[in-house]
Design a protein around this ligand. Sequence first.
Ligand SMILES: C[S@@+](CC[C@H](N)C(=O)[O-])C[C@H]1O[C@@H](n2cnc3c(N)ncnc32)[C@H](O)[C@@H]1O
Length: 313
Amino acid sequence: MFPLVRYGRWLKNLKKSQSNLLLGFYISSTTTAAQNESNPSRSSPPPIRVSLTQSAGRGVFATRAVFYEVEKQADWSAYREYCCTQGLKYPLLAKRLACMVMSGVANAESLDILQPAILSPEMILQMEKEFTLLRSAFEEANVTDEQMACILCVCQRFILGFLLSDFLFTFSMPKILEFETSVIFDLIVLTKQWYVGVLARIRINAFRIELAGGLYDYQDLLSSAAALVDAEAAVGNAVYMLPSFYNHDCDPNAHIVWIENSDARVKALRDIEAGEELRICYIDASMEHDARQTLLYEGFGFRCQCLRCLSGD
Ligand SMILES: C[S@@+](CC[C@H](N)C(=O)[O-])C[C@H]1O[C@@H](n2cnc3c(N)ncnc32)[C@H](O)[C@@H]1O
């Protein structure tokens, strides 16, 4: 029942997201009176404002307190140890998002537009255990229920948030995000349900970041990617919003690379017609048909329908 409910919600959010994606292309740092009238929830003051400083001309000032240190204050050893023992890396991303949400720099619903994995009851049970450890770490750091429950949500991300460089969060290379300054006040509770929903989305959409260095010979990108995987060269995992919409193909026409920093770049692997779907390969494409199908099913929850798989290759 639970996955179906989440899936229905996801479909609803996907429809909502289509308009969000369009909205993402506005570059504005203020809300207009007209916008505020049509959407009263946007009438709250922005979290920053530009004012005169005493000695350095203009400067940027916070208009509200920011709960910034939450991630540093808490003792994550029990949570980390549990994840380590269980061989889990994605909970660390969920923890970072929880901290970002509490710090007011990310919206608790940021990932809702992404497709969630369908989770088995066992997976949900395990996530509930992690969540208990996560909550304990917050509680021991004296994060109150109110702080966990009442969160200032950033309403919309700045336009760049929807471009390829959209770097939502990583656990190894944190990056400052740019936000549109319109905000809404919203009541978000960091519940088990929230945690499970976030992890269900991270599971399908997180990228392993492997730096391609100064590699510009795109013909070699696929073999280089396979070599990097072999060498366990990942520097972290991250969820990117737009790249999360790339579907998989065992004979991809595009590839995502990270060159020198954590900004994702998409590279064509061959000529691409206008209107053609860009598809990347989620796994090592050199594997046999059955091995690919199994890996995609177990790792991403789908039976690959790409032309190569349909041909039996
Ligand atoms: C990262 S998401 C890609 C965007 C997704 N199609 C969406 O609507 O949000 C991965 C999901 O897309 C679907 N998908 C991607 N590639 C596929 C393929 N080759 N065959 C079947 N389903 C695929 C699967 O449901 C998979 O779990």
